[in-house]
Design a protein around this ligand. Structure first.
Ligand code: DGJ
Length: 740
């Protein structure tokens, strides 16, 4: 898989089986963008793609010349203040007050594989042949700063990753005010912008809007990637659907403040960029210091939204997630949060664990409330010492009692937080993120620890390591339940206060890195009030995430559907909880709750001891079913079939790589009186193979299932006076499709 290099003028063509990304060095020495999209045949020159002189500009770079203006030309990493009036990728403040920079080509290197990003999560290769990397080195003659642009193309998925690094070789400090990870100038703006937005218990709903002149953006300035906006957007041709059409995805491997935007100019060019949010950000770069941006992952697909998702799923499951648990089958778990909240003792926990184990559950997770004196959410965060009133034998005894049952044991932490009512707060009030002379706003009665401070990270590491070493713990749920306010650090000097947002996340990554290295056998699941930090950065450390606190089956259809735009099923925690559901009070059948949660990393979040015998028998069946197909669910190819947004129905399926087995789920929210005949068109099967479909006596060829469709079960139609069963509202149908 080559990176072609054309000389004079220099051009770089990154090519995979299906994708081409082509750039050049412009006449002012700056990198220019030529093409991104479906694979092109390589040729000796692509200079005819350079645009410019045909249109008028407001300002030109060279005296006496009316051709070359950065206002017109497509660029790779635009800087501020020189004939381009759109927002730049880089904005640097010099000691003399100047904010102008101009980075010119010095050299390029192409390497096999992909260099690591120090201290930051990023995609990786296991074998050098999986990807190739282009490194462009540029230089600003005025400041002596060096800028390195990294481009990697993955052979399998065609994903292009980008990041940038700036190094201060000059004599004076520089202040970075804006530093994007990727910027791409598209020649036209005929796109919809698709984003994943929401709120707590309504995460990652799909929204779409037509691009119009001006800036359209999604962002977070909360300190987390957030449930409000996910660090992702896609530019989608208007005729695109789930299966066909051109899509460009932009995903950011980062867990804090981000900016993702498309700026459409007066010639209908669209500049797409993604990176650290420049709001309240400034990074001081002393002589000799460098700053590395996080990574952006760009995916082009001509096979619609599903094509884009397939590339992200493949890359993020195999080459972003790491560690022992990346490929290992994930245990079916039970979590006690909704069963007990803070009100439990050892006896109650063991009762739930025993009963769950009888049903086939493999991992018991003890959630919030086991430490300090935490009977509600007002105290004890920061004191990671077991509460012996609730667990008199300590964590070791409880964990051993659970493991003696033949189950694994998991534990909840919220490492980044502190309660005022805690020993830690008495000892170190200065460890709280706070601004001088300002009030300390709380969120859920808690405050945020200053993870930019090395001592804080060290302290948390030793506290958590002590708990994890003491007891047989094989899973950790790492929660984070509030956003950052009064952003200030007692630890950072005055002129580095705006570094706090990024340094905080670097501290979180460091703690994750140290814990995952020290306890490689532990499965980490990330969580932030449910899905408020469901981002690629977290997946590097924790291969699965708690998708949402909302476990209502109907709401989960939208949440899981939207989440699957970028994130693989192997990353989505999905549990069956009690009814009426705690978040929306809806009552759905156990079947529908199970059929929805099957499309994720499966578990239960309820008190099994309170279930009827009939329900427990159904739980046993669900677990047996899931275990039979979990490898398929975790590692198969996921395809969305019918979107829940604007529809009463939802459908999706997962197919094994060899197309021999598939599992399809169809869901109907409200029952319909006497509806028409319905068929579900499947996808991704082998057209020529014969398949057996569960519940059907006929055999079908793959092409028939995909093009004519599968006859869905007949809905209930009639005058029955009986009770509410599995027909009516909130129904689901699950099909196993197996090649014969
Ligand atoms: C928020 C999480 O999303 C829940 O699952 C639970 O762990 C609570 N926090 C505990 O406080």
């Amino acid at each position: 898989m080559p990176i072609f290099v054309n000389q004079e003028p220099l051009e770089f063509h990154l090519q995979s089986e299906n994708v081409s990304y082509i750039l050049t060095i412009l006449e002012n020495g700056q990198p220019g963008h030529l093409y991104y999209g479906k694979k092109l045949t390589h040729r000796e020159s692509f200079q005819h793609f350079v645009r410019g002189g045909e249109r008028g500009a407001t300002a030109y770079l060279n005296e006496g010349d009316m051709n070359f203006s950065l206002e017109l030309v497509q660029q790779e990493f635009p800087s501020f203040g020189t004939t381009d009036f759109r927002e730049p990728a880089i904005h640097i403040l010099q000691e003399n007050g100047s904010r102008i920079s101009g980075f010119e080509y010095v050299k390029h290197d192409t390497v096999k594989g992909k260099p690591k990003l120090e201290g930051l999560p990023a995609t990786y290769t296991e074998d050098e042949s999986e990807a190739s990397t282009l490194i462009l080195t540029l230089h600003d003659p005025v400041t002596d700063a060096e800028l390195m642009l990294f481009y990697t193309i993955f052979e399998d998925t065609g994903a292009v990753t980008r990041s940038a690094k700036v190094l201060n070789n000059g004599a004076e400090p520089l202040r970075i005010k804006r530093f994007m990870s990727a910027s791409v100038d598209f020649p036209d703006a005929d796109f919809d912008m698709v984003q994943l937005s929401g709120a707590w218990v309504r995460e990652r709903h799909v929204h779409s809007r037509r691009l119009v002149p001006g800036i359209q953006r999604v962002s977070s300035t909360r300190g987390t990637s957030s449930s409000q906006q996910n660090p992702f957007f896609a530019m989608v041709r208007p005729d695109t659907n789930e299966h066909t059409g051109d899509v460009y995805g932009f995903s950011f491997v980062y867990s804090g403040n981000f900016l993702a935007q498309v700026e459409v100019d007066h010639y209908d060019s669209a500049r797409a960029m993604i990176g650290l949010h420049p709001f309240d950000f400034e990074w001081k770069l002393e002589t000799g210091e460098s700053f590395q941006s996080p990574e952006a992952v760009l995916v082009y697909s001509s096979e619609g939204m599903n094509g884009m998702s397939r590339a992200y799923h493949d890359l993020y499951r195999k080459r972003l997630a790491r560690g022992e648990w990346r490929d290992r089958e994930r245990p079916v778990l039970i979590n006690n949060w909704e069963a007990t909240y803070f009100d439990f003792n050892e006896e109650k926990i063991l009762e739930i664990a025993r009963s769950a184990h009888e049903c086939g559950v493999e991992l018991f997770v003890l959630d919030d409330g086991w430490f300090g004196r935490r009977d509600d959410d007002t105290t004890s965060l920061g004191d990671w010492v077991v509460d012996e009133r609730k667990l008199p034998g300590g964590m070791k005894q409880l964990a051993e009692n659970v493991t003696d049952l033949g189950m694994q044991f998991g534990l909840w932490f919220e490492p980044e937080m502190i309660s005022k009512e805690s020993r830690l707060f008495k000892e170190h009030p200065e460890w709280v993120i706070q601004a001088p002379d300002r009030r300390l706003s709380h969120g859920r009665n808690q405050y945020v620890l200053d993870f930019s401070n090395r001592e804080v990270v060290d302290h948390l590491f030793s506290q958590m390591a002590a708990v994890l070493e003491d007891a047989p713990i094989s899973y950790v749920k790492w929660d984070m339940n509030r956003n950052i306010t009064e952003a200030g650090s007692a630890w950072l000097p005055r002129d580095r206060q705006q570094e706090l947002w990024h340094r905080y996340i670097l501290g979180v990554y460091e703690l994750y890195e140290r814990l995952t290295a020290r306890f490689p056998h532990i499965l980490f699941e990330s969580c932030a009030s449910g899905g408020a930090r469901f981002d690629p950065g977290m997946l590097y450390y924790a291969p699965q995430a708690w998708t949402s606190d909302n476990t209502d089956a109907v709401e989960r259809l939208k949440i899981q559907y939207g989440t699957s735009f970028v994130y693989p099923l192997s990353s989505m925690g999905a549990h069956v909880s009690a009814v009426p559901n705690h978040q929306v009070k809806r009552v759905t059948s156990l079947k529908t709750r199970g059929d929805t949660a099957f499309f994720g990393m499966f578990g239960y979040e309820l008190d099994v001891t309170k279930m009827s015998e009939t329900d427990r028998e159904q739980v046993k069946k669900q677990i047996r079913f899931y275990k039979n197909y979990r490898s398929l669910i975790q590692k198969g190819v996921f395809t969305r079939l019918i979107s829940p947004f604007g529809s009463n129905e939802t459908a999706w399926m997962v197919t094994s790589k060899d197309k021999s087995t598939a599992l399809a789920g169809y869901y109907q929210v409200l029952g319909e009186p006497n509806p028409g005949f319905k068929k579900l068109k499947l996808a991704g099967l082998d057209p020529d193979r014969k398949y057996k479909v569960s519940g059907k006596s006929l055999f079908y060829y793959g092409d028939e299932l995909m093009h004519a469709g599968l006859d869905l079960e007949e809905p209930y139609i009639g005058t029955d006076t009986g009770g509410i069963q599995d027909s009516g509202d909130f129904t689901s149908q699950l099909y196993v499709i197996e090649a014969v």
